[in-house]
Write a protein that binds this ligand. Structure first.
Ligand SMILES: O=C(CO)COP(=O)(O)O
Length: 252
């Protein structure tokens, strides 16, 4: 079954951005024409410190604001952590969970990611669940099976097209300027679609599958045209309004 899916273009600012970065966000908002806003949903996931300010600026516009990570619990003795409820309270509508930088830097496995996705739903946030293979896994011919395992274990039962977005981010393509071929992306996204459709039926067929990893204005049109690619999760190129809006042009 093929379903018409409105793409999501999400920017992940990672650990970048001070209060002065609000100026760049103002530029994004100003550059967002109605045509662009009609063609895709647009989101920026800034560091948590900037969520309230960016949510205030975004109010009344088509831009959504998301978090980059959350704890599985609602509240409690977890120094330095932020709950999904806190993100929601700060103005977020979604949260990224299981980004490879969290999996690597903080040792988060699929079980933790699964709990975080459920925490996102509990707070009324969309969970953007990240999956992706390392370079060694791809070279060993295991890319598809690794990603299938991550999907099976990181995406909780109860996922719907409304509460969950999947982001395929090959670890070796993040921040490197390298991207898989369109054919490799197509193969992976087809495998993910089949997996999700078989587990969640119509919901799996309609769930947004983003590609992430060195998406730039120059390669966005080619990557976004691949079948079963329903948007992008963009790191470096989401920090500048000109680049981010340039990627959006791929949809207009
Ligand atoms: O990790 C990413 C987004 O979450 C991708 O980062 P880059 O676009 O900088 O490669």
């Amino acid at each position: 079954m093929s379903v018409k899916i409105k793409p999501l273009l999400a920017g992940n600012w990672k650990m970048n951005g001070l209060r002065t970065s609000q100026a760049e966000f103002h530029k994004m908002k100003a550059g967002l024409t109605d045509t662009l806003a009609d063609s895709a949903n647009i989101m920026i996931c800034p560091p948590a410190t900037l969520i309230p300010a960016l949510a205030d600026i975004a109010a009344g516009s088509a831009i959504l604001v998301g978090g980059q990570d959350c704890h599985g619990e609602k509240s409690g003795a977890h120094t330095g952590d932020i709950s999904a409820e806190m993100l929601k309270d700060a103005g977020a509508t979604a949260v990224i969970v299981g980004h490879s930088e969290r999996r690597t830097d903080h040792g988060e496995g699929d079980g933790v990611v699964n709990a975080k996705a459920q925490a996102a739903w509990r707070a009324g946030l969309v969970a953007i669940v990240c999956v992706g293979e390392t370079e060694a896994e791809r070279k060993a011919g295991q890319a598809v099976s690794i990603v299938q395992g991550q999907l099976n274990n990181s995406v909780p039962d109860g996922a719907t097209a409304e509460n969950t977005v999947i982001a395929y981010e090959p670890v070796w393509a993040i921040g490197t300027g390298l991207t898989p071929t369109a054919q490799d992306v197509e193969e992976m996204h087809k495998a993910m679609r089949d997996n999700l459709a078989s587990r969640f039926s119509d919901a799996g067929a309609a769930m947004r599958l983003l590609y992430g990893g060195s998406v730039k204005p120059a390669n966005a049109a080619e990557l976004m045209a691949v079948s079963n690619v329903n948007g992008a999760l963009v790191g470096g190129a989401s920090l500048k309004a000109e680049d981010f809006l340039g990627i959006l042009d791929a949809y207009s």
